[in-house]
Design a protein around this ligand. Structure first.
Ligand code: UTP
Length: 474
């Protein structure tokens, strides 16, 4: 009788992936057991299919754009939208928050390679003066919103195998930033093996596979597998407010957005900002065959990205995707159970591996392919998906790169501008652009105000208004 290990090894050999066990005989027994456990996780049928469709010569088919049109969206009242409909949406969202139907959900399993920061990205110090981390900013926003609506929020955070323990320790060491630890739920996402350009699964070391997180789209099945959906059902939560870990400006729970989603009977809703310029690297909300889709910037021909509406001069494909969604719990369940399963995409990456002699290789350029799912690929399966406009300054300034666009410096400047805007609205005198004199120290804790409205309320309650000539921290 072959042992379980022998069966696993045989399965890999007959799938043409025997190289995974090239160094097996030289490993210590516990290392052998670890490699067998990793290998047992792999769905070889799925890997072979992905290699055939995404890696094999010819590569992935180009996106099919037949019948594509720009998607309509609900405009902000200041941009031609219906102010009455927005207030109704806000009231409906507030009622849902007061009833405890909404949870916050952050995807934090990415590898953050572009930022090049050592540690979970959520622990990156992002605020301009106090240098609070992304996780602290979100914690305080969620805490403050819970207080406001009289129902402390549950917060689900998806981590990866690589960063789970460090994320858990970070929250523990910081006493969950004042949140009830029983309402902060961390769970790991799934992972996928990376392959080289001939479709062979790569080893990261002699005794371990090159595994990486399965993309933010993996969140749908991870929510199901981790038991998070059952917990939500038990707690009466039916609506998830989804955002990415890299964007401290985001309104973690936005009553109007939640209200639009609920009133429209939507299963998955999205926020959009008009693209700032045609080449901006945002996905585009479009409709195709009667369904809402997001077409990535790399898949939409540049001529279409530059097309303008002759009457208004606005870009035709102006609705950019900023990865902020409201998602219905039962829709997540349906998607996780395989109805409308999300496709995998190919990402060419530098993947640390070993050579034929088992020596470490740290490639300078991409040497293989990782497979990832994207959460927006769930949109075509959602009933009544609604897209609403938001103002970029109130919701979106991600930290992606170490320098240049979407970097800590641009995000810091956007936070300063937001704080200054709120103060000016309240009647305080602040420099025209507080991001310009860098010595102007300005920071407003989400516990004081996490959006314009809550800021104004707290400010109006201050008996003595603080001086701000030399900066201000509230
Ligand atoms: P990005 O697409 O920016 O990827 O993720 P990344 O891995 O964080 O960064 P790079 O590309 O290596 O520089 C967008 C959001 O999706 C999450 C990230 O944590 C971030 O919040 N994400 C991404 C996951 O949760 N899991 C993944 O597998 C990928």
């Amino acid at each position: 009788m072959p042992t379980d290990s022998e069966l696993v090894i045989e399965r890999f050999r007959s799938a043409g992936q025997g190289q995974v066990f090239a160094f097996f005989d030289g490993l210590a027994p516990d290392a052998q057991a670890r490699l067998i456990a990793e290998a047992s996780e792999i769905d070889l049928g799925e890997v072979n299919r992905l290699v055939r469709t995404l890696v094999a010569p010819g590569g992935p088919a180009a996106a099919d754009l037949e019948g594509l049109v720009p998607a309509p969206y609900e405009r902000l009242p200041g941009h031609g939208g219906d102010a009455g409909a927005w207030s109704k949406a806000a009231a409906a969202g507030e009622a849902a928050l007061r009833a405890g139907r909404v949870a916050a959900f952050t995807v934090a399993g990415g590898q953050g390679t572009r930022l090049g920061y050592d540690g979970p990205k959520g622990t990156f110090p992002v605020t301009p003066v106090r240098h609070h981390s992304l996780f602290q900013v979100f914690s305080e926003k969620i805490l403050a919103a819970g207080n406001r609506y009289g129902r402390p929020l549950h917060w689900f955070i998806m981590t990866s195998h690589q960063n789970h323990a460090a994320t858990e320790a970070y929250f523990r060491d910081n006493r969950h930033f004042g949140l009830d630890p029983g309402r902060v739920h961390l769970f790991r996402q799934g992972r996928m093996p990376a392959v080289d350009y001939s479709g062979k699964i790569l080893l990261e070391s002699r005794g371990s596979l090159a595994l990486s997180p399965d993309g933010h789209g993996g969140s749908l099945r991870a929510l199901e597998r981790s038991g998070a959906l059952d917990l939500m059902a038990a707690e009466g939560i039916d609506t998830l407010s989804y955002f990415q870990v890299d964007n401290p400006l985001v309104r973690c729970v936005d009553a109007a957005f939640i209200g639009w989603h609920l009133l429209k009977g939507s299963e998955m809703s999205s926020k959009t900002v008009p693209k700032a310029y045609p080449e901006e690297k945002l996905g585009h909300f479009c409709r195709k065959g009667g369904r809402l889709v997001v077409i990535e910037y790399s898949d939409l021909p540049i001529e279409l990205q530059r097309e303008r509406d002759p009457s208004t001069g606005a870009l035709r494909y102006e609705a950019g995707s900023i990865a902020i969604h409201v998602i219905d719990r039962d829709f997540v369940r349906r998607m996780a159970q395989g109805v409308g399963a999300l496709p995998f995409h190919r990402a060419d990456k530098r993947i640390a591996t070993v050579d034929a002699a088992g020596r470490e290789v740290r490639p300078e350029k991409a040497n293989g392919v990782k497979f990832e799912m994207f959460v927006f690929d769930a949109l075509p399966s959602a009933r009544n998906p609604v897209v609403i406009e938001t103002s970029r300054a109130d919701d979106f300034s991600p930290v992606k790169n170490a320098e240049g666009v979407d970097s800590p410096a641009t995000c810091r400047a956007d936070q300063l501008r937001q704080f200054a805007r709120w103060l000016r609205k309240a009647g305080a005198a602040v420099p025209a652009d507080p991001a310009c004199p860098p010595e102007f120290a300005l920071e407003i804790s989400p516990l004081f105000g996490y959006d314009e409205q809550t800021f104004m309320e707290s400010w109006s309650r201050l008996a003595t208004k603080p001086a701000i000539e030399n900066g201000l921290c509230l």
